[in-house]
Design a protein around this ligand. Structure first.
Ligand SMILES: [Zn+2]
Length: 467
């Protein structure tokens, strides 16, 4: 994830009565844990780490499990020697059946030792949690993919569909993005019917009760727009009405007052339909009504009172940075602002720029989109082929826990795959606590039981996809 996720309830997790020492895992869990530990303890930050090293270590593990060199592809470009990717292939028997792709990222957000209570690059199990940078985002999942491929090979499992795995670098906002590179330069190697990626975590409450299990289908595209006004300026003792800061301010106030139109996807309607009855109250009733009739704008207005749910209804834009003027006693020659937009699936980057310009109605306020992610494209459909194995496997374990489709309001590497024809879904099977497992934050952690349970669940789901 390169962005904060939806937060339902911000209460801090209560300290749970877990033992301080690591509990005894099953032998297969111990083997998984060892991979997870190696990944967390291999620094993959952009500043000091190496995804290539992590990719090499994972390739060595797969080799030891019996993968031939011809099915292992370490992809490193000379210009970015530390930002390598690993692609591995478990060939299927039916060459006409399109493969399934498991995608995850190796890189992690920066972490400063002095800010953390424990060393972020030492894998620590304590009080029922795994601590360390990347434990939640995204190395638990990365390790699950590697472990799964090793297990399938060792078992001699011969799937019908080919299973592919791509571990990439640069998801957390580096200029070089491995998923984009694979899509543009090695498309055949990772081509698939669909992909499973990070995202769509489950949610547990402060008491450890599972509330829902999420699956992401579609995500918003983050785009930064630069707004700029220039002016001849002059001495502040002789003010004129035409002032760059006033004009920029007027433009920003219009953006602040604007609500983009309400939109829906399969996943957002599915989310409101499932969460309405769960949440209850006025907002729950509004969700139920809106899921039944997406033209019900009164219901949409009630949902929109919550910022996280509002983000699932529409494109949003908000000013985040300002820079203006050059001296206390001079009329400003330049005033600029960064407006951060989150574009609803299917929307275009230039289209939003045009909407902003029209809204501002001042041709001297220049609006330009910064370079960044691709527009994420339309949301992929929640097909039976993708959903059923998840619903079946989840119901077997937790019949009372709804599987809830979600529209991702952050962004992942799905934005490079889905628009180019590999529909990409976010699903880990791992439950996070109300603090969102501190993704990108201090003392990142994930519950030990949630990782082991998620691993069991998703291994079963993937087996079902490819058998
Ligand atoms: Zn991530």
């Amino acid at each position: 994830m390169d962005s904060m996720r939806i937060v339902i309830g911000a209460a801090m997790a209560a300290m749970l009565a877990f033992p301080a020492l690591a509990q005894n895992p099953r032998p297969d869990q111990a083997r998984y844990r060892d991979i997870f530990k190696e990944l967390v303890e291999t620094d993959t930050t952009l500043s000091a780490g190496s995804c290539t090293l992590a990719a090499e270590k994972m390739a060595a593990r797969l080799r030891s499990a019996g993968y031939p060199e011809s099915d292992l592809h370490l992809i490193v470009t000379p210009a970015n020697p530390k930002e390598g990717s690993l692609v591995a292939v478990l060939p299927g028997s039916d060459t006409r059946a399109k493969p399934v792709l498991l995608l995850a990222h190796l890189d992690v957000v920066e972490a400063k030792r002095e800010d953390w209570s424990r060393d972020p690059f030492t894998f620590i199990e304590e009080y029922g949690y795994f601590y360390g940078r990347g434990t939640a985002d995204d190395k638990a999942q990365t390790a699950i993919w590697v472990d799964m491929l090793m297990r399938f090979k060792r078992e001699g499992f011969k799937p019908r569909r080919t299973l592919k795995m791509a571990l990439t670098c640069g998801e957390e906002g580096a200029p070089f993005n491995g998923a984009r590179h694979l899509m543009t330069e090695h498309r055949a190697l990772i081509d698939a019917e669909f992909a499973i990626n990070e995202g769509g975590w489950g949610r547990i409450d402060e008491k450890g009760r599972r509330i829902y299990l999420g699956i992401n289908a579609g995500e918003k595209t983050p785009v930064n727009y630069r707004l700029e006004v220039t002016n001849a300026g002059g001495h502040s003792m002789r003010p004129v009405k035409d002032n760059a800061i006033y004009r920029l301010s007027a433009a920003l106030l219009k953006i602040g007052a604007h609500d983009f139109p309400v939109q829906t996807t399969d996943a957002s309607l599915g989310f409101f339909a499932k969460m309405g009855p769960e949440l209850g109250g006025e907002i729950g009733a509004a969700m139920t009504a809106f899921a039944k009739n997406p033209k019900d704008m009164r219901a949409a207005a009630v949902i929109a009172t919550d910022p996280a749910y509002n983000a699932m209804l529409r494109t949003t834009c908000v000013v985040t940075l300002l820079d203006a003027g050059h001296a206390n006693n001079a009329l400003p020659q330049r005033a600029g602002a960064n407006v951060n937009c989150r574009i609803f699936p299917g929307g275009g980057i230039e289209q939003v720029a045009a909407t902003l310009s029209e809204l501002i109605g001042d041709a001297d306020v220049k609006v330009t989109a910064a370079k960044g992610r691709n527009a994420g494209g339309a949301a992929p459909p929640l097909t039976e082929a993708v959903m059923k194995p998840i619903v079946v496997a989840a119901a077997r374990r937790w019949p009372e826990v709804p599987v809830v489709p979600m529209l991702e309001i952050g962004a992942t590497d799905a934005s490079y795959l889905t628009p180019a024809g590999i529909p990409t879904y976010g699903f880990t099977g791992i439950f996070f606590e109300p603090d969102g497992s501190r993704l990108h934050g201090l003392n990142e952690r994930v519950r030990v039981d949630a990782v082991y349970d998620g691993r069991d669940l998703i291994t079963e789901v993937v087996r079902d996809y490819i058998k």
